[in-house]
Design a protein around this ligand. Sequence first.
Ligand SMILES: C[S@@+](CC[C@H](N)C(=O)[O-])C[C@H]1O[C@@H](n2cnc3c(N)ncnc32)[C@H](O)[C@@H]1O
Length: 252
Amino acid sequence: MSMSRYFKALCWFIAGSKSQRRRVRLEGARIAASLFGDFPIGEDHKLWLKDKTFRKKFAELSPLSPYSEERKWTLREFASFVQNVPGSMAECGCFEGGSAYFLAQANPQVKLHLFDSFEGLSTPTEMDNPKDETIPKWEQGDLSASESKTRRVLSQFKNVVYHKGWIPDKFHEVIDEQFRLLHIDVDLYQPTFDSLEFFYPKVSKGGVIILDDYGFSTCPGAFQATMDYIEENRISDHIITLTTGQGIIIKK
Ligand SMILES: C[S@@+](CC[C@H](N)C(=O)[O-])C[C@H]1O[C@@H](n2cnc3c(N)ncnc32)[C@H](O)[C@@H]1O
């Protein structure tokens, strides 16, 4: 920014209108973020940011993951999108129920099957190590959640069914079901691959698969598992990479 722009910004900040001050604050935040590396700040004035009910619930459910708000919103939108598609919903990796809450709420009359070890991650492999060595490697047991807390968070929903255990050990419990929505959020190669292998053929036409970790350099195994599954099974459905980091497949 040239000196005259700094001066203009300073004048706006001291004596400007409300909207000019807001703009200075936003630009200030952008500059501060860029000083520390690649931290993009999104556009302002998005309407979904005005949904106070959603935002309050999100803040309450995700104190440890305050930046996943856009992903949760997107997930809830897809849950509404599949309202008229036949089948249940499934989530592989529910942790403390943050994402499950929005799925269950969007379709309260549709069964939501939750699969989780409630003992955190299984054993990571070489494929799960981020290429960037400044990113910490995953370890077995990371992200372990208390099942009773998850049950408490989701207690108001009558449509939630729990399948506690290591993926894919409990998948047989839903062998006869069909699905309108599948959310995979297990961070690692093997459980991501196993989830796709079991559920992909069971997702109805027009149903949706949301791959939470697909576009994150922190989860290279989850991306690779998706690529391997797609290639091995000659799947032609396109994976839409969202700016939120999620990968989306709408089943043809
Ligand atoms: C990132 S958390 C899920 C977050 C949750 N979807 C949300 O948005 O609130 C990943 C979850 O996957 C579970 N998980 C990872 N590997 C697993 C495996 N092999 N079997 C069962 N659960 C697993 C962990 O226990 C953890 O709860």
